[in-house]
Design a protein around this ligand. Structure first.
Ligand SMILES: *Cc1c(COP(=O)(O)O)cnc(C)c1O
Length: 396
């Protein structure tokens, strides 16, 4: 019967996930995504957003977005190459290139799309990609789409990277070889060892690609992880998102002019998907301007991050190897981790558990993402709830 095959597939697989407790029920946020959010009528201190600088609800950006709607309407009207390139898009790209210190930038509808776009436009089945084992899902999908041979190296293990680069080069099987890494890893909050990665890249003539979704607006005074290490001239492709610290939606690739020229004629999400809306682009441009004009928000983010980190550490929690505002509280066992997060939420802190298979077995964690707009009162309240739940569940 029509539909029967799909029905069987869905029923079996959904049931199996539910039986294992792996079916994720999504909470609805009732209102804006700020430092305090409302879920099922309760006000919770929000430590789960990527809205690092609080720009998602910034008054000036809201005003700019509304003005853009009045002037340009709500949609771009077409893909960029047909007639969807508005002067607003070019202004954003110029602003981003200036901000990143690269020759040019191309914007996309999301950070996810950047990886779909750029990896497969540059790499093909005759190539190989050295990819950090903990790289983001969109990098993995972008690599698969390119049909290049994927060579995963152990997380931030430079010796392993070197060995695999040597093997790939000496095999003589590949035309081009790329090394690709997250700038900031989202599960532990650690920063990629870019200076060493760049050295390996120089030794073996690798193309270098850094996806800095969690670094843009956060590291390098907001300019990202490549800037943090002063490696602007050494990294061929820098990916940034406009959806996390920048607070709106979208993504971009920054690099040399000829790279951007190539992506404009060969990257499929650019060629076959409608451009970002005028409101998004205008708000994003204003956000980037705001971050370049003043370091206040970025500095406040780091102060809040360090304050929360120190507080959790003093209470006796294991915060792992974090070097950024992303602060995991490593609980360990999966069930206990989920119980811990559930109790935090009941007590008024919205911090979600992340367990196997997203992170290795036995390293379940509750991840905290403080923002620049959390007040000291909010952070202190969160810490005392952590203390209460930690003692109750005998984690500290
Ligand atoms: C979040 C993230 C993305 C996706 O960015 P969006 O703009 O939300 O699509 C891509 N890469 C990495 C490393 C990320 O952390």
């Amino acid at each position: 019967m029509l539909g029967e095959v799909l029905e069987k597939f869905l029923n079996e697989n959904l049931q199996s996930l539910r039986d294992q407790g792996l079916y994720n029920e999504i909470d609805t946020v009732e209102g804006a995504n700020g430092p305090v959010i409302k879920i099922k009528g309760s006000e919770l201190i929000n430590l789960s957003s990527n809205n690092y600088l609080g720009l998602a609800t910034h008054d000036e950006l809201k005003r700019v977005a509304i003005d853009a709607i009045h002037e340009y309407g709500v949609g771009a009207g077409a893909v960029r190459t047909i007639n969807g390139t508005l002067d607003l898009h070019l202004k954003l790209e110029e602003k981003l290139a200036e901000f990143k210190g690269t020759e040019a930038v191309i914007s996309y509808q999301s950070g996810f799309n950047c990886n779909m776009a750029a990896i497969s436009a540059v790499m093909d089945q005759h190539d190989a990609i050295l990819s950090d084992q903990l790289n983001h899902a969109s990098i993995i999908d972008g690599c698969r789409l390119s049909k290049a041979k994927i060579l995963a190296y152990n997380h931030s293990d430079i010796e392993d990277l070197k060995r695999k680069a040597y093997d790939a080069v000496t095999s003589g099987k590949y035309n081009k070889i790329m090394v690709i890494t997250d700038g900031v890893f989202s599960m532990d909050g650690d920063i990629a060892k870019l200076p060493q990665i760049v050295e390996v890249a120089k030794e073996f003539n690798l193309i270098t690609y850094v996806d800095d979704a969690h670094g843009s607006g956060v590291t390098g005074m907001g300019k990202g992880t490549v800037k943090h290490f002063g490696l602007e001239r050494e990294v061929d492709l820098q990916i940034g998102t406009l959806s996390k610290a920048v607070g709106v939606v979208g993504g971009y690739v920054a690099g040399k002019q000829n790279l951007i020229d190539w992506l404009k004629v060969r990257s499929r999400p650019f060629l076959f998907s409608t451009a970002l809306t005028p409101a998004d682009v205008a708000a994003t441009t204003a956000a980037v301007q705001l971050i370049s004009d003043s370091a206040d928000l970025v500095e406040q983010l780091w102060r809040n991050g360090n304050y929360l980190k120190l507080g959790l550490k003093k209470l006796g929690f294991n915060i792992g190897i974090s070097e950024t505002p992303i602060t995991p509280c490593i609980i360990g066992e999966e069930k206990l981790t989920q119980q811990f997060s559930k109790r935090l939420i009941e007590e008024g802190v919205y911090a979600k558990s992340i367990v196997f298979p997203t992170v290795p077995k036995g390293t379940g964690r509750v991840r905290n993402m403080p923002t620049a707009t959390h007040t000291k009162v909010m952070l202190d309240a969160a810490l005392s709830i952590y203390e209460k739940v930690g003692k109750e569940l005998e984690v500290i």
